[in-house]
Write a protein that binds this ligand. Structure first.
Ligand code: SAM
Ligand code: SF4
Ligand code: F3S
Length: 468
C-alpha cells in the first residue's frame, strides 16, 4: 500500500436555482455562484478510488473542482487511520486550516474516510474547525452534510452500510491512461494490529457484470491500464454468479484484451492455484503481485493472526513463480510487533533474502487502540529497537531491489508511458508489466504509448533506458 498524499480535485458549482416571473424564468443570481471543492487524499489506493467517487457525487450536486485550497469554498480531507503518524498528519493539516478559516469564515472543512470512522464524533473534540464528518459507507450523504454546514449545523454520518459498493456511480477519474476499478470493499480478517476492519466494515463485492461493463467503457475511452482494487481483492465473490476473484480476473482480461490488467491487494492465505493459472494464461494480466507477508517468523504470523505460516507463504511464492516465471513480487513488512524478538526479526531478514522481493512497503508497528493487539498484547518492543530493525529491513530491501534491477540492464522491456519524468521534460516515465518504473528518453513517444525500451542503467528504484 502507498502512503500517498495526492490531491484529488473535485470542484463544484451548486445546482442552479430558478426564480419564476410570469412565464419567464430567470436564474437566481445568488444560486448561480459557482462553488469549488478541493479534496486531499491520504492512505491507500481504495481511498484514491473513493475520492474519484466523491468527486463524481459532488459534481452532480453542482460543485466544481479546484486544484488549490486557496480558492476553494470547501476543503475535504479523505483520511487514513492505519498508523498513528497518518492521523498526526491530518491533525497538523487541520491546525493549518483553522488559520485559514479565521481569515475566510465561509470556508468549510469536512473530514471523511477512515479517521472519522475510527474516532467517530470524538474527532470534533480532538480539534476545532471541522464542519462535518463522513465515513467510507456514507458518501451519498455528503451533500446533506454540506448543506447543513452552510447553515452552521455541524453533522456526522458514520453509519456502516454493509451493502454499499457505489457500483452505480461513475467515478470522476483524474487520469486518462490508468484507472482504478474498486471491485470489493471491507475486510473480514482480524489481523491483530489492523484498524481496517473497524474503519471499512465487512467485505462486500460488486457484481461481476458491473465490473466488466466498467472495464469495457474504460477501454472504449482509451484507457490503457486498469487496476482492480480491494482491501483483500482475492476474497472477491459474486454471490449471484458464484464467481471468485480468479473468475472475475479472467473475464475482465478477456473483455478488454488490449488493456493491461493489475490487481491489489492480495492476501497470501487466499491466493489460489486457479488465480495463478489465470495470471499465467491471460497475456494482458501483468506479471506482478503484491503479497503482504508482515513478518518472516511463523510465531509472529500466529500472534498477528495472519492465517498462514512462513512455510505456507514460501509455498505460495513457489507456486506463483513456477507458473509465472518472470513475475515480480512485492510485500508489506512490519518491524517490532508485540513480542518480536531478535530471532523473529532475523526470520524476517532471512525470508527477504529467500524470496528476494522486488519492492516492499516497510513500517514500524504502531499501536492502534481498539485492535486485538492494543487490547490484549503488550507493545513491548522499545521505539529505538523498532527503528533499528526497520532500518535493517530497509537497507536489505534496497540492496535486493538494486540487485534485481541491475539484472535488467541490457534487456529490452515494454513500457506503458505514463507521464513526463520529474527530472526532465525530455524524458518520460512509465512501467513494465512487472511494475518496474522506467525513465527513458522521450524521442517521439507520448504518455499512453507502449514503448520498447533498452535498459542501460539502474538504481534500486528505477530503470533507465532508451527507446528502440
Ligand atoms: N489487506 C492488506 C493485507 O492484509 O495484506 C493490507 C492492507 S493494510 C491497510 C496495509 C499495510 O499497512 C499492512 O499490510 C501492514 O503492513 C500495514 N499496517 C497495518 N496496520 C499497521 C499498524 N498498526 N502498524 C504498522 N503497520 C500497519
Ligand atoms: Fe488489515 Fe489484515 Fe484486513 Fe489486511 S487482511 S486489511 S492487514 S485486517
Ligand atoms: Fe488507511 Fe483506510 Fe486505506 S486506514 S490504508 S485509508 S483502508
Amino acid at each position: 500500500m502507498s502512503e500517498m498524499q495526492g490531491t484529488g480535485n473535485a470542484a463544484v458549482s451548486r445546482r442552479v436555482g430558478t426564480l419564476s416571473l410570469g412565464s419567464i424564468v430567470f436564474p437566481d443570481s445568488s444560486m448561480m455562484m459557482t462553488k469549488k471543492v478541493h479534496i486531499r487524499t491520504f492512505g491507500c489506493q481504495m481511498n484514491q478510488a473513493d475520492t474519484e467517487i466523491i468527486s463524481s457525487l459532488l459534481q452532480d450536486e453542482g460543485y466544481r473542482v479546484s486544484g488549490s485550497e486557496d480558492d476553494a469554498d470547501l476543503v475535504i480531507l479523505n483520511t487514513c487511520a492505519v498508523r498513528e503518524n497518518a492521523v498526526g498528519k491530518i491533525m497538523n493539516i487541520l491546525d493549518n486550516l483553522k488559520g485559514k478559516k479565521r481569515l475566510r469564515p465561509n470556508l468549510l472543512v469536512g473530514v471523511i474516510g477512515c479517521v472519522p470512522q475510527y474516532y467517530r464524533e470524538k474527532l470534533f473534540d480532538m480539534t476545532d474547525g471541522i464542519d462535518f464528518l463522513a465515513g467510507p459507507d456514507t458518501y451519498r450523504q455528503l451533500h446533506l452534510l454540506i448543506e447543513n454546514a452552510e447553515q452552521d449545523v455541524r453533522g456526522a454520518h458514520l453509519a456502516s452500510v454493509p451493502e454499499e459498493t457505489y457500483a452505480d456511480i461513475e467515478p470522476s477519474r483524474s487520469g486518462s491512461i490508468s484507472a482504478f476499478i474498486p471491485v470489493m470493499r471491507g475486510c473480514n480478517n482480524c489481523c491483530a494490529f489492523c484498524v481496517v476492519p473497524m474503519t471499512r466494515g465487512r467485505e462486500r463485492s460488486r457484481s461481476m457484470q458491473t465490473v466488466i461493463d466498467d472495464a469495457v467503457k474504460l477501454a472504449e475511452k482509451g484507457y490503457r491500464e486498469i487496476t482492480l482494487l480491494g482491501q483483500n481483492v482475492n476474497s472477491y465473490r459474486d454471490d449471484d454468479s458464484g464467481y471468485d476473484f480468479a473468475g472475475l480476473l479472467e473475464h475482465v482480461a478477456r473483455a478488454v484484451r488490449g488493456v493491461r490488467i493489475r490487481f491489489t491487494t492480495s492476501h497470501p492465505k487466499d491466493l489460489s492455484k486457479s488465480l495463478v493459472d489465470v495470471i499465467a494464461r491471460e497475456k494482458n494480466i501483468c506479471n506482478s503481485i503484491h503479497l503482504p507477508v508482515q513478518s518472516g517468523s511463523t510465531r509472529m504470523l500466529g500472534l498477528m493472526n495472519r492465517g498462514h505460516s512462513r512455510e505456507e507463504y514460501l509455498e505460495k511464492i513457489a507456486m506463483v513463480r513456477h507458473s509465472v516465471p518472470d513475475v515480480t513480487v512485492s510485500t508489506d513488512l512490519i518491524a517490532g510487533f508485540c513480542g518480536e524478538t531478535e530471532a523473529d526479526h532475523h526470520f524476517t531478514l532471512s525470508l527477504m533474502e529467500e524470496v528476494r522481493f522486488d519492492f516492499s512497503y516497510m513500517f514500524c508497528y504502531s499501536v492502534r487502540p481498539g485492535t486485538y493487539a492494543a487490547k490484549r498484547m503488550e507493545d513491548d518492543v522499545p521505539d529505538e529497537v523498532k527503528k533499528q530493525r526497520l532500518e535493517e529491513i530497509i537497507t536489505l530491501q534496497n540492496r535486493i531491489s538494486a540487485e534485481r534491477h541491475a539484472y535488467e540492464v541490457g534487456s529490452i522491456v515494454e513500457v506503458l508511458a505514463e507521464s513526463e519524468s520529474k527530472r526532465s521534460s525530455e524524458m518520460l516515465m512509465g512501467r513494465t508489466p512487472e511494475n518496474r518504473v522506467v525513465v527513458f528518453d522521450r524521442g517521439q513517444s507520448s504518455p499512453g504509448d507502449l514503448v520498447k525500451v533498452k535498459i542501460h542503467a539502474s538504481t534500486s528504484a528505477t530503470l533507465l533506458g532508451t527507446p528502440q
